[in-house]
Design a binder for this molecule. Structure first.
Ligand code: C2E
Ligand code: CA
Ligand code: CA
Ligand code: CA
Length: 276
């Protein structure tokens, strides 16, 4: 009964209380995690459908907690965002990825890195300045992409526009993540200073169902009309790969190519070469 959330009164649920405590204590520890290098960057390749080679990687955070072990981002990112504590994490990820990218460039490896940025970050007028000071010390933005969710950008359109424009002027590519789940205004979308559109995994899952191919094809076309690179995320099967190729999608990311990996493993994986 306690789980029926539509009840007009709150039922005490000890399990929920436990979860709440556990989330709160995790949040308290997040700053420690950032300061004591308990966070790790995992990388997942982005592959060109036409050329078949790796052109970039998305950086995904992992938390190696001293007692709880590896915690996936779904278990702390949303709470960190809601409580306004995401900034330290975003800047930590960005700094690590700028440094890594600079190392790669020095070794002649031209692979872009994409970092996820939360809408809370973009809405804070201090954010762009904080990014600029990172750039001064840790690397340059060319070849770096910032991924912003469609729902985030659409929920606060006019206020985030100047920040997006400034980040793009600095040299970052901008990508609209989880596209198709966030009720975009098409008029607004065409005015956004972005370079890439990532079709949400849920649509890729349904490629083989009724209308699935038509919907994904329409999104690819929309992206191309707006001169955006179109990425399909969550590609798990060869069948999906072939559909997407036919639909003229540009890039693919998903378990079919590789799961997110620790940096060293990603580098080894790259050197071994990949082919479908
Ligand atoms: P996202 O940005 O949409 O990232 C893609 C998620 O899909 C990742 O989950 C990835 O592991 C997973 N994925 C990739 N390919 C496949 C596939 O073929 N099949 C399936 N089933 N899943 C696939 P992950 O790493 O657990 O991250 C979940 C979400 O947490 C991310 O979704 C993103 O919204 C957020 N997140 C992760 N790292 C960061 C970060 O550093 N900062 C922020 N603000 N958010 C992050
Ligand atoms: Ca993303
Ligand atoms: Ca995504
Ligand atoms: Ca997603």
């Amino acid at each position: 009964i306690a789980k029926r959330t539509h009840l007009p009164f709150v039922v005490y649920d000890p399990q929920q209380e436990e979860n709440r405590k556990s989330v709160l204590s995790l949040l308290g520890e997040l700053k420690t995690a950032v300061d004591h290098d308990q966070l790790a960057v995992f990388l997942q390749p982005k592959v060109s459908l036409r050329a078949g080679h790796v052109v970039g990687a998305e950086a995904l955070v992992r938390w190696c907690h001293p007692e709880r072990g590896w915690i996936p981002p779904g278990q702390f990112i949303p709470f960190a965002e809601q409580s306004g504590r995401i900034r330290g994490l975003t800047l930590w990820m960005l700094r690590r990825c700028l440094e890594l990218h600079a190392q790669w460039l020095a070794r002649g490896r031209e692979i872009g890195i994409a970092v996820n940025v939360s809408i809370n970050d973009l809405e804070d007028p201090q954010f762009v300045g904080q990014v600029e000071s990172l750039l001064a010390r840790h690397g340059q933005p060319h070849g770096m992409t910032l991924e912003l969710t469609e729902s985030g950008v659409m929920s606060a359109p006019s206020s985030v526009l100047p920040a997006l424009e400034r980040l793009r002027q600095l040299g970052f590519r901008l990508s609209i993540d989880d596209f198709g789940t966030g009720y975009s205004s098409l008029a607004y979308l065409s005015k956004l200073p972005v370079d890439e559109l990532k079709i949400d995994r849920s649509f890729i899952n349904e490629l083989e169902q009724a209308h699935g191919e038509g919907i994904v094809g329409a999104v690819v076309e929309l992206g191309h009309v707006l001169r955006l690179a179109v990425v399909a995320e969550g590609v798990e099967t060869e069948a999906a790969w072939h559909y997407l190729r036919r639909l003229d999608c540009d890039l693919v990311q998903g378990f079919l190519v590789a799961k997110p990996m620790p940096i060293e493993e990603f580098e080894t994986w790259l050197e071994q070469g990949w082919s479908i």
